[in-house]
Ligand binder design. Structure first.
Ligand SMILES: NC(=O)c1ccc[n+]([C@@H]2O[C@H](COP(=O)([O-])OP(=O)(O)OC[C@H]3O[C@@H](n4cnc5c(N)ncnc54)[C@H](OP(=O)(O)O)[C@@H]3O)[C@@H](O)[C@H]2O)c1
Length: 288
């Protein structure tokens, strides 16, 4: 195959992760890889401490993108975790940035976005990964405080971070935004307000896709099924719930975090150049 002369546009993406080994795209020959992937990524990482499968999910994604040649900026509330990942990315010969940010606070978003733009020059990909669910309370019991915490991060934060980045993308002529929704936003599960927030993420994806296409900004989402992370341990760690999930999942297992990576890469790359407003379900067939 001839070497493809792909313009390495100086792209800085707010991105979130790409796990290394499971993505078929990762195994593409370098020439093809170069064709499909922008060179620089600015990654927002929102993961936490712990074992890799619990909390280094998004770090795996960020590192995976760096392996594809991306420069990556990562962010969440806890700087030491971010610095660890940034170091790993630097070790791969890529540039990285670690910026502590509470995505539910507009002033912190307003600090984050210019910082990344100044450092990398452009922002081409934003992956909105941060999500929370502080309670297992049912819809009859759940309190206003929990509603506010969930909506503030999962929906309000996602929207206003996207807006801030979209303004940069509009200025530079385009970009890609990938939201992490959930199958809970399609079919309600036992987390009532979380499900409502993720349904909101799905609609926000469609609204942004429709309104920002004129700026050459594509907006898509992935909707993961139950995945083995720290966040969802209360679900997959509960045998009764796990059994119920297995029964409705044709692939008969819970996802591993890095099984989300290929979908994110697809939406972050030019391989999906005619795709916008799409919700890519990655759930082992549970919502068929
Ligand atoms: N695991 C599943 O089964 C599953 C299924 C469907 C969808 N999802 C979605 O996938 C995404 C990632 O979840 P995960 O399972 O990987 O859980 P996770 O490891 O808990 O990741 C979520 C991360 O969000 C970050 N975060 C929380 N509040 C934040 C804030 N205010 N500002 C910035 N970052 C914040 C946290 O990092 P800091 O504490 O460092 O801030 C946390 O590590 C979420 O949107 C979730 O809803 C997960």
């Amino acid at each position: 195959m001839p070497t493809t002369q792909v313009a390495y546009r100086p792209i800085c993406n707010i991105y979130f992760g790409v796990g290394p080994d499971r993505s078929g795209l990762m195994n593409l020959v370098p020439e093809v890889r170069n064709e499909y992937f922008p060179r620089y990524f600015f990654s927002i990482r929102q993961g936490g401490p712990g074992d890799w499968w619990q909390s280094r999910y998004w770090e795996a994604i960020a590192v995976g993108l760096a392996k594809l040649g991306a420069d990556v900026a990562v962010t969440s509330r806890k700087l030491p975790d971010l610095e660890e990942v940034a170091k790993e990315i630097n070790g791969l010969g890529r540039r990285s940035m670690a910026v502590a940010t509470h995505v539910g606070r507009t002033e912190e978003i307003n600090n984050l976005v210019p910082k990344v733009k100044d450092e990398f020059g452009r922002i081409d990909i934003l992956v909105n990964n941060a999500g929370t669910n502080p309670t297992m309370a049912s819809a009859i019991d759940i309190e206003e405080r929990a509603w506010d915490a969930i909506m503030n991060l999962n929906l309000r934060g996602l929207f206003f971070l996207s807006q801030a980045v979209a303004r940069v993308m509009k200025e530079q002529g385009g970009g890609k935004i990938i939201n992490v929704a959930s199958v809970a936003g399609i079919t309600p599960d036992i987390l009532p307000v979380y499900s409502i927030s993720k349904a909101g993420v799905i609609m926000a994806t469609k609204v942004m896709a429709q309104q920002w296409a004129q700026y050459n900004i594509r907006v898509n989402a992935i909707a993961p099924g139950l995945t083995k992370t720290r966040f969802s341990e209360a679900l997959w760690g509960n045998p009764a719930i796990e059994k119920a999930v297995m029964e409705r999942t044709p692939l008969r297992r819970v996802a591993e975090p890095d099984e989300m990576v290929g979908a994110v890469i697809f939406l972050a790359s030019d391989a999906s150049s005619y795709v916008t407003g799409h919700i890519l379900v990655v759930d082992g067939g549970a919502v068929i």
